[in-house]
Design a protein around this ligand. Sequence first.
Ligand code: ADP
Ligand code: ZN
Ligand code: ZN
Length: 743
Amino acid sequence: MVNGSQYADVIIDISIEKLDRPFTYRIPERLSGIICVGSRVRIPFGGGNTEKKGYVTAIKDHADYDDDKIKDILGLVDGSISAEERSFEIAAYIKDTYGGTLSQALKAVIPVKSKVKPVEHKTLVRKMSVEELRSLADEAFRQKKTAKERLLRALAEDDRIPVSFVTRQLNVSGSTVNSIIKSGAAALESDTEYRKPTVSEIKNSKNLNLNAEQQIIVDTISSDMDEQKCGKYLIHGVTGSGKTEVYLRLAEKTVLLGKQVIFLIPEIALTYQTLARFYSKFGDRVSVLNSSMSNGEKFDQCERAKAGDIDIIIGPRSALFTPFNDIGLIILDEEHELSYKSENTPKYHAREVAARICELSGAALVLGSATPSLESYSEAEKGGIRLFELKERATGASLPKTEIIDLRAELASGNRSMFSRRLKSLMDEAVASGDQIMLFLNRRGFSGQLSCRECGKVVKCPHCDVPMSVHTGNKLICHYCGETAPKPSLCPACGSKYLAAIKAGTEAVEERINKMYPGVKTLRMDKDTTSAKGSYDKILSSFAEGEAQILIGTQMIVKGHDFPNVTLVGILAADLSLGVPDYRASERTFQLLTQACGRAGRGEKPGYSIIQTYQPDHYAILTSSEQDYKKFYDEEMAYRETAGYPPAVHMLAVQFFGTDEKKTSNLALELGDVIKSNGTNRILGPAPANIGKVMDYYRFVIYIKNADASKLAEIRNVCEEFLTNKNMNQMYVQFDLDPLNLI
Ligand code: ADP
Ligand code: ZN
Ligand code: ZN
């Protein structure tokens, strides 16, 4: 050991399990004091001394090896930011809980690793009086220039609007922006520094008086904060019951205590209304992360958080890792949402990781949902989470009336249409009185397939084990890999010419509606109409502005925006999501139906929801029509307990992917044997996945169940160890603890 030398443990930044241990490097004199735990460094690696990147996991003043064998760190990766120690503890927790390598966990946890040039930001600044803008907007309305009108009205409300918001969320084209600048209504202001959208005055920024239920929640959690005995809380409240108002008060309390707040929302629910409420309360102390931001923008947010320039961050799953110094509160709104779980290894769940971060920081964890996950609700029943209920809409609006329509009876009485007579007559009424309608079709597994009437085969994607869907323009599209092909005129299997497209799905509904109500404007929202960037917001905002009377869509339409003019929601085939081979099918169905029904009657007029189904007696359908969460929960939990599914037990999915079917299945068999020889778990499989092939990769799964998650972690470690010694050519294995989707 050379006197005074310092050494660093470095994890090499490549995800091969064999490298998943730290290597020791010497810190050269010129870098001493600069390199710290969390630094991202360049190092020479292997016999050829190839330059690689790595993370410093520890600094020490001695090395356990022969000093001449230890190489020097070459330097810092440009613009690297060093992560907090907390990030490492969290990364270690993620690796231990969900598997994968420490590098992979670190990548998930350290928000942005490289500094990117700041992006130039432009802001549109109001240059006319509100009255002038309003009269210009009225004129644009008369000329049917809807985009122009939208922008003018927005300017009338806010004196500064970021151009990115104008083009993305308001969906106003550059030429319209230019014409508005030319007219003198607004001017462009450039700024290279990050700027949050400013919102001057918003309608409900006045301080509301909390109702009694809201007040109890705020008081209880606040006093826990004062006494530094924060725990976990679940707010079960229907949409519109005032949860966001409670979050705002709790955030305010946290900031008063000098601590910071992380507010997680599913990306899709990131609405301007919610942001505006936070901005109006906290001004530029709040900031937003979202997936359309550049790395530079995200980096800026992290820097601001570390520097103490902001108190509140709002964002999706990854905002959890904002490097605040003193986190006091983490909120997960819509905590049941699937998007809180990472789809990539490590497949961590934001709720569980948030709980861990809160433990480490002494922070409060607040979960909110109209349809809580079984995980959270059962923990509340056991006393691990404190439960609060908000039973009514805060504005006093009533919940919609819901009716179940038995499609079997419709059929028996000779109605073969996709609309029951009851739904049809309510649609007639709504159309006549100028109200808006939402029609909801869960299209999964129900797309327009091409099937042969001679041999009965459906035309499948050559790369995936799924039928392709027929689209306008005589095209076939695979929804799993995007493969397109011309629609064949003869059956590829038997050569018959009797190929028929089973028309269903949103496209067919729209066609039908257009025939039934000629002249009534419709909008359609599904995977096909929202593939272009910004199209999702465009459809929703044009529906919100009344540019169409009927919105037809898949589950996408049940989230996000508020539509006060919607008085009727029609769920055309509630059974579709029940038929999915997944133990969470009933839960998903209950959530979707409850959310969809809740879309009606948000405004002054009362709402109606119609659920059409072939299984009117199914508990998920009955309980959602009654908006009775507890009843659903009891039935569903009993099922999970009997059948042995999460949250009654823990379940680890071991997923195998490979281009060679035989080799992949052999690997699954081999690993299955390893698992069987290691403990007393309940094992299912190996078996082909529900969808046996995607993008030319064959898929197999093994499920392991155990009441004790740490037993599953042990088994997973054994598996990972076993796999490091395997030739994994064109194959890979993933682990998913308590999977939300069975592949
Ligand atoms: P959620 O987050 O549960 O959907 P919000 O907090 O967004 O509910 O509240 C729904 C609507 O009710 C909002 O327009 C909000 O301003 C209003 N609101 C919330 N709390 C109150 C209250 N105590 N009194 C009156 N209106 C309220
Ligand atoms: Zn055929
Ligand atoms: Zn495909």
